[in-house]
Design a protein around this ligand. Structure first.
Ligand SMILES: [Zn+2]
Length: 302
């Protein structure tokens, strides 16, 4: 999936959403205008507002402003008397910060960024929502893992003021590795980072398609602010693809200081055997990576 395309698509949706809200509001007002009293008040109100924007002298502005307030009070009274929701007189935008334009002060608004994050990360996994730390069941986690959770939670809170950018979550089946990755994804999405969440299998497939020139989505894995790779070691090793692209991915992300989280069943020794020295030295290096060993045994966590 192409990032630019996703952004264009989201912007298009935002524009439609905005137009819809405006249209709905306009229809509502036109309907109300059938009432002569409302029509007179509202026409006067909009006329004064236009005059106000054109007013050149302060005295004039103050007088108009008072008129506008006065008319607004009358309109509100009319609506209350007729049991009509006054919020419907203004378009109902989803985002009160940018009014669904997606832009605020020349920068991308949080709402558009969230939408983008969701698209980029959720298209890769079938979930519609990630887990969060609060949803973990304390009773199912042993003390070792509680400490591990704290380490990761703190990392998420501190980021980007962290020293280690590779986090390996190691543990057997049912220890809650995926759950933890989802918590991280959720935390980082809330901090408005572009998060990409892929299983190693999916990522391997993207690398294969990239290698054949059929899809360039693998490029997103290089540039995403945060990359989470679930279940490293379950993907097939494809000749000229798996090791090469994985090394390139980890290395490029390290060069650009972009964090990568990995969950795996494999011990560090097994990573060395399955992949190679270069990948191992990038992943396992204690100066660059935090290794988290999960030991809780409960399927409900995974
Ligand atoms: Zn917004």
């Amino acid at each position: 999936m192409d990032r630019k395309k996703v952004i264009a698509e989201i912007k298009q949706n935002f524009m439609l959403k905005r137009l819809n809200a405006q249209q709905e509001c306009e229809n509502f007002i036109n309907n109300l205008k059938r009432d002569a009293e409302f029509n007179a008040l509202y026409t006067d109100y909009t006329k004064k507002q236009i005059e106000y924007t054109k007013a050149e002298y302060e005295q004039e502005s103050i007088a108009l402003k008072n008129d506008i307030l006065d008319l607004k009070t009358k309109i509100d009274k009319f609506l209350t008397a007729h049991n009509i929701d006054k919020s419907k007189l203004t378009p109902k935008y989803d985002c009160p910060i940018c009014n669904d334009t997606g832009v605020v002060g020349g920068r991308i608004c949080k709402c558009l960024l969230n939408e983008l994050n969701k698209k980029l990360s959720l298209l890769s996994s079938s979930q519609t929502e990630f887990k969060n730390f609060e949803s973990s069941d304390e009773n199912l986690i042993n003390d070792n893992d509680k400490k591990a959770y704290d380490v990761i939670k703190t990392w998420c809170e501190k980021y980007p003021l962290v020293t280690k950018l590779n986090i390996n979550i190691i543990g057997g089946a049912g220890t809650g590795k995926t759950f933890l990755l989802e918590c991280i994804a959720n935390e980082m999405l809330n901090k408005n980072y572009v998060v990409m969440f892929k299983t190693a299998f999916e990522l391997n497939e993207l690398a294969r398609l990239y290698h054949m020139g059929k899809s360039f989505e693998f490029g997103d894995a290089l540039t995403a602010d945060i990359l989470l790779i679930d279940d490293l070691g379950t993907e097939p090793i494809l000749k000229n693809v798996t090791l090469e692209y994985l090394y390139n991915l980890i290395n490029t992300r390290q060069i650009h200081n972009r964090p990568t989280f990995i969950s795996t069943n494999l011990s560090l020794d097994n990573i060395l055997t399955r992949y190679d020295e270069r990948i191992f030295s990038r992943l396992g290096n204690k100066n660059l990576a935090i290794n988290i060993n999960l030991t809780s045994k409960d399927k409900r966590l995974s």
